[in-house]
Design a protein around this ligand. Sequence first.
Ligand code: IMP
Length: 250
Amino acid sequence: MRNSVHDSVHTSLHTLVHMTGGGVALAIPRLVLASGNAGKLREFKRLLAPLGIEVIAQSELGIPEADEPYSTFVENALAKARNACARAKLPALADDSGVCVRALGGAPGVHSAYYAGAAKDDARNNAKLIATLSGIVDRRAHYACVLTLLRHEHDPEPIVAEGTWHGTIIDEPRGTGGFGYDPHFLDAETGLTGAELTLERKNELSHRGKAIRALIARLASEGDSPSAPLATTAAADVAPSKARSAADDR
Ligand code: IMP
């Protein structure tokens, strides 16, 4: 099962490369990921590796995280991508995501990373969520992910792609994989938590996996966008050794 899912993701990404005559891979040989979140980085590297796209975390280039003052995922994702793109002089991919709980009116939503306070602390965030849901029967929730890709700093047509993943919040954590709220997020389809799924299976089902496939499809259908050229300043101009070690990392 695990292999067949992995193969199908792999195959569909390869199909995209073929569909575009390798255009996707050639158009964006590397990009900076506007996030310092290790869990997200792991997932993006796996998702984009079949396309030959090198993913460099902004932290590897010494780029500080952007402010996220907005109340929508898309606005925050754009702010993050613009910050990383301007500083790295590379195409930038940003992800703003979170868990939205129906009984809480969509909270914690854009505040997911800092739900329990200023420091990003998964254990405290999860404890707060479970305490807040105490006595509430309706546990329906979904993860939401908005991706934005800026080809260059002044790109007037950022690619925006979205994905959602539906499930329920359970009191007792299960599993050791994933990150964030995954041990408490029970996938509706498999009956497993996000933390019990393999990385491949999570990428197949998740909000992030769906969003990245939508984004890749957009790139493939656009071919050479009128908003090209892509930023071509090599990451090496920013931090040569770090850029190389990011590639080696994979
Ligand atoms: P961001 O980095 O500001 O987009 O905040 C994202 C936060 O949402 C993370 O720190 C997690 O708390 C939560 N989150 C987003 N995606 C996931 C996921 O795939 N699993 C678990 N938690 C997630």
